[in-house]
Ligand binder design. Structure first.
Ligand SMILES: Cc1ncc(COP(=O)(O)O)c(C=O)c1O
Length: 383
């Protein structure tokens, strides 16, 4: 049996990323900010857009601050953007990472007294002083020093010779000014109360940052030194032109028609025949499935664009294929381009539409597109 047969081009799906629009999105956010800077959140492979190409394009758009979840991601950013001013690890870096953090000028957040002591000990052991930002938990209930209870513990870290405490941050659990304004207000109050205590302990002003996309959009008074924006850079969560800034999606996901068949009424489509045609029609099989990140919830619910028209996904989503009811005499042929996410001839399907069908958020749709799918870049030097 031969296992090394050349790959057949079976026409899978691919992603197209518009780096020029990414630059425009960054400019739109930055222009709205006034004095504060923009930190680009590029964790999770830049929300599925491809980390190195996205970070490089953002640098060309004059973004010099980046946030990631893991040290490994930070290393990719450092390589793509050698002159990045700040690469912040939002997750929990370990003492074993300290040599790399120092060598590559990567700044971790410190989330607890124990974490800070461990990082400080590792840095001291190599005669180093590790730049860090303190992460305060003001209401997210996730990572960080619980405020106000653990602020004292954070101040003690400021005196360790192995740590160079440069910044302090927090993260909003919600910014809902109509429904629950007191939630973000409470977080802001706790953060602002901790600042002078920490700054007195460290003996200098700390760089401060609080807001992600919703805070940046709705709480301009919380901009502080910079905002950590993710989803709006990729064109979601900020589409309302009357708000502080507006951005457009930059990612399209495309596939091809593999087969078109004419079928009679009452014809069963897909596993368990969950769709039966009501009239004679045409059914197209498309080259993507749940292994690519096309969620099973979209079976019998989602739409795709073919020939500029919306066509309904019918039957269950299979591992590698989906099926679409084209209607009679569609003119659609094998090889035709299918837009799963994106625009065709003025019609559009964006990740938030898919997210609604799947009872999730655009973040999960974007980050769920398989990393194995080719990303093609347009509108930038990465082309
Ligand atoms: C700590 C932190 N800051 C900023 C962001 C960016 O959030 P958004 O994509 O909503 O702008 C995230 C995203 O998960 C985060 O975890």
């Amino acid at each position: 049996m031969r296992f090394n047969a050349p790959m057949m081009n079976c026409g899978g799906s691919w992603v197209e990323v518009d780096l020029a629009q990414l630059g425009a999105n960054a400019a739109s956010i930055r222009n709205a900010l006034g004095g504060a800077d923009l930190m680009a959140v590029v964790k999770a492979d830049a929300y599925g857009h491809g980390l190195a190409a996205t970070a490089s394009a953002l640098r060309r758009a004059n973004v010099k601050k980046f946030a990631v979840a893991y040290v490994a991601e930070a290393m990719v950013v450092r390589q793509a953007v050698p002159d990045a001013e700040l690469i912040l690890v939002l997750g929990v870096a370990s003492p074993q990472d300290v040599a790399q953090l120092l060598a590559q000028r990567i700044t971790p957040v410190v989330v607890s007294a124990e974490h800070g002591c461990d990082l400080a000990a590792a840095a001291t052991a190599m005669d180093g002083r590790l730049p860090v930002h303190l992460k305060l938990d003001t209401g997210m209930g996730r990572l960080g020093f619980v405020c106000p209870q653990e602020v004292d513990a954070a101040t003690r870290l400021c005196r360790l010779s192995g740590l160079d405490v440069r910044g302090v941050c927090t993260h909003f659990a919600m910014v809902e000014l109509q429904r629950k304004p007191e939630a973000s207000r409470g977080q802001v109050d706790k953060f602002l109360a901790a600042l002078p205590v920490l700054e007195e302990a460290v003996g200098h002003r700390l760089t401060r940052h609080m807001s992600s996309t919703r805070g940046a959009l709705l709480l301009p008074e919380c901009d502080q030194d910079f905002v950590r924006v993710g989803i709006a850079l990729y064109g979601y969560g900020a589409s309302d032109a009357t708000q502080r800034f507006a951005t457009r999606p930059i990612l399209q996901w495309k596939a091809r028609v593999m087969q078109v068949k004419k079928v009679p009424a009452d014809f069963a489509v897909g596993y368990y025949g969950s769709y039966r045609t009501t009239t004679a029609t045409e059914v197209a099989t498309i080259s993507c499935g749940y292994t690519d990140g096309y969620q099973r919830y979209l079976g019998n619910h989602g739409h795709v664009l073919i020939g500029g028209e919306r066509r309904r996904v019918v039957g269950r989503v299979s591992m590698n294929w989906i099926t679409v009811d084209l209607g009679p005499d569609s003119g659609v042929r094998p090889g035709d381009e299918v837009t799963l996410i994106g625009e065709q001839d003025g019609a559009a399907i964006w990740a938030d539409e898919l997210a609604t069908h799947c009872e999730t958020i655009a973040y999960e749709i974007l980050t769920g597109i398989s990393r194995q799918i080719e990303r093609r870049y347009h509108g930038g030097a990465a082309e």
